[in-house]
Structure formats: structure tokens, C-alpha cells
Ligand binder design. Sequence first.
Ligand SMILES: Nc1ncnc2c1ncn2[C@@H]1O[C@H](COP(=O)(O)OP(=O)(O)O)[C@@H](O)[C@H]1O
Ligand SMILES: O=C(CO)[C@@H](O)[C@H](O)COP(=O)(O)O
Length: 500
Amino acid sequence: MPLVAGVDTSTQSCKIVVRDAATGELVRSGSAKHPDGTEIGPDHWWTAFTEAADAAGGLADVAAIAVGGQQHGMVVLDAEGQVIRDALLWNDTRSADAAEALISELGDGDRAAGAQRWADAVGSVLVASLTVTKLRWLHDAEPENAARVAAVALPHDWLSWRIAGYGPAGDPSAPLGPDLNALFTDRSDASGTGYYDAQGADGAGEYRPDLLRMALGRDDVVLPRVLGPAESGGVAHPSVAGADVEGGALLGPGAGDNAGAALGVGMTTGDVAISIGTSGVVSAVAPRRTADGSGAINGFADATGNALMLAVTLNAARVLDAAREVLDAGFDELASLALRAPAGSDGLVLVPYLEGERTPNRPDATGTLHGIRLATSTRPHLARAYIEGMLCGLADGLDSLKAQGVPVERVLLIGGAAQSPAVQEIAPQVLGLPIAIPEPGEYVADGAARQAAWVLAATGTAAGAEHPAPPAWSTTITATLDADPRPVIREQYAAVRDLV
Ligand SMILES: Nc1ncnc2c1ncn2[C@@H]1O[C@H](COP(=O)(O)OP(=O)(O)O)[C@@H](O)[C@H]1O
Ligand SMILES: O=C(CO)[C@@H](O)[C@H](O)COP(=O)(O)O
């Protein structure tokens, strides 16, 4: 049976899974770390990808490969395919003022009108995460760099381009050279740029050069071609993947990481995924996006032709990493400490805006620890307050999704910190709902692998006609956890959050 590879070039690392195209069975996997920071040279992603591929036993035998990745990061290339400056990532907040300026401009000076117009145009009210705001920042803060921009890509687009063999002129790892017109992307990641309307052109999706021009001052730049869900972007360079396969390894369109996870875990209408990685994401697949002018919900596209509604926080797994640092504890100790304190941590509340926040939009906020008394100055209270605070931000996101009419029939917990037994036990108390725990896995990379299998099946058929759906891979739910809701946790959190 042919093998396929899925890649997740995420904020903290690169993960690769190799799976059987027909059954989805995991054959091998590998990963490698990315450096910390909100501003990263894309070459680090390439290095981590090659290390992860080695760790996965190489990719010479895969017949198709696709890349999922962290969304929104601004990768600017010059005409020679050189990266002009380090990529600004989704969690870099320096473009917060640029976001406000663009909202005001689209609203002719009226912020509320501008926010709604952005939501109507591209599905999201602008915050610093979205690519278009980073381009405005570049235009204002680094005009010499802005003037050199010949193409704008996202992390997954850039890595796919490198896997195809393209890259900076003269770089031996890029034998096909700097053909910017070879860049491609997919609807899900394009929908997070702020200059792509996934529902425009009668649902086919279209770039909005007017909005790009508003940010960058011009629109004469190459934007990656937007491929359909099972459309191939070409073939991987044999030095990277597919050398042992006749015809080489097909390249899938790839996806934004959250759309990749939705495909990997097999989400359908009624499912809500709560992902606790670097970002905290509450997401649901819907037939059409809404246009939430409040900014709480992003109306992106998924990787199958539907919409993906998301509430995204900047502060998730790293809040727990911070707790481990403060308490000098490992993962297991943090969890057992937290489970020794009572629900609500006797009034000790963390509002975890450790990196500012995106939802709600408070880019300059800092965290607040409230309710410290002698009795709550214990390691268990602190551990529990960190976990409860992080989960309360996600519970607010779930409320926002419900307010948009998204049905919630099943909640799936995924992402690195979903492995914590304390997170698993406390989440139903905070959310007031049972939580389904899929078997531990790399669901973004899995979604990319499933897409690669879909592309492989669809290739050679008329517009994928015989394979209208992704291959039927299954996800095992290992447990469904329930608990009595503990409303005190959210009540005391809301009171402190509104003071911040
Ligand atoms: N058992 C655990 N308990 C708590 N946090 C964990 C655990 N295992 C991993 N993590 C955290 O998960 C994060 C990585 O998750 P991941 O979903 O891979 O992130 P990303 O996709 O943003 O790179 C790290 O911050 C790591 O510390
Ligand atoms: O900004 C968003 C979605 O809008 C984030 O979800 C990023 O896509 C980063 O994801 P992780 O690396 O945390 O998985």
C-alpha cells in the first residue's frame, strides 16, 4: 500500500507522520524543535523539517506529502526568493496599532463600522495575529524592506515551496531556484491572511487586492495560488521526498493548522475541538462562515470546502509551562499538585494574559494573580489557578461559538497540553460539558497526511469526481470524561478578568 506523509510546522516544533494511505495506520514519525520567539527566520523551519524527516526514517518512500502549519505568519520574499526579514508569527503583537488603523480606515473613521466591514469582507475583525496587519506594520516601520517585497507567503506555503525544490537563488537545497509563481496555498490558510475572502467569487474564494493595497501600499506582489481541497500543487523534489516512488511524491495543498487538525480528527458538524497548544483554539466546522463584528470569532475556511469558526487565545500550553517554571515542577507533578487543590482554588484566580491576549483583544495586557492569602499561598492552589485560568479563556471562546449558533454535540480535547490529567479532569468542571479525549496524536500532521492520501486518490480522476471525500480514516476516542460543573470557577474568573 502507498505511504503518505503529513507535516505540522507548528509554533514550537516540526512534526512528521508517515501513514498508510488506505488505512491511515501510523507507520513512523519524527519531530524536531523550533527556536522560541515570535519572530523567526524561516530557515529554522526548513532545518527542523529535514531533522524531523530524518527522525521519521526519511521520506523517499512516500507517494504524497502535505504540510499543515501555524497560521498567519508573515513570510516576505524578494525577487530572488530570499527571505527579506524574519517572519513575524501569529503571536507577535507589534502590529496591534496597525490593526486598529486598518479597522478605522475601512470604517471611514468609525471603529464599529470598520470592524463589521472587515468581518463581512474576510470573516474576521483584524487583530495583530492576522497577516495583513503585519504587512501594514512593515510598510510603516521598515519601508526599505516593504519596498523589496515581491511575494508574501505563510509558513506552510513557504515550506511546501521549499519541499518542491524552490528557494533562494544560489541555495544548493533549492535546485529549482526562486520561481515565486510556483508558490501555492489552500483556502484555510489563505482565509487567515486578512486579504482573502473564502466565500468570495460565489463561494470559490478570492484574494482582495484592495485590502492588500490598503496595508502594503501596493498589490503588485505574488500571492500563492489557492488550490482546492484535493488539488495537487506538483511534486516534491526527489532530494526531499518520493525518490523511491515512480513519478515522485505528490504535494498536497496543505492547510492552516486548525483546519489540519479538524481533518485529522475527523470533525463533522456538531463537533467542537478544543486545542491546547501554544495557542488555545476552540473551533467548529460549519457550512458557511458567520461575520462576527465583535471579533470574538474568526470565520476562516476549513480544508474540505466548508467554513471553520474559531476563537483563539494567545495563552494556552505555555501558561502551564510557566506554572511548571514557577513551581519548579515537571508535567506529572504540576498535574498532581493541581488535583490536590479544591475547585476554584479557594478564590485564587489567574487571568493568564502572559503574552498579552488576542481574544479578548488586549495585546498589551499582562497576567493577574488575584486572591492571594496565606491559605492560598500553596503550590497546589497555584497549580490549579494556572490551569483553571487557562481553561476559563477557552470556556469564554466556547460561549462565543455558541452565541454564533454553532451546535455543540461533542467536545474533543487535543493539542500538547491535552495530555495533562489535570487538564482532562478540570476541563469538564469548567466547561460544564463532557470531554472526549482522542488517543494521543499529532492531529495537524495527521490531517495533512489524510489530505495527502486524498490528493493521491483524486489524482487522475476528473476533478476528483470519484473521490469527493477524504479517505475514511478513523480516530479512536480513548475516554469521555464528565464531572459536576463548578460554576464558581468561571464566576470568580469573570469578575477578575473584567478588572484587568
Ligand atoms: N503532559 C503535558 N502537560 C502539560 N503540557 C504539556 C504536556 N505535554 C506537552 N505539553 C505542552 O504542549 C505544548 C506543545 O503542544 P503542541 O500542540 O505541540 O504546540 P504547538 O502546535 O503550538 O507547537 C508545549 O508547550 C508543552 O509544554
Ligand atoms: O493563530 C492561530 C489561529 O488563528 C494559531 O492557532 C496558530 O495557527 C498557531 O497554532 P499552534 O502552533 O499553537 O498550534
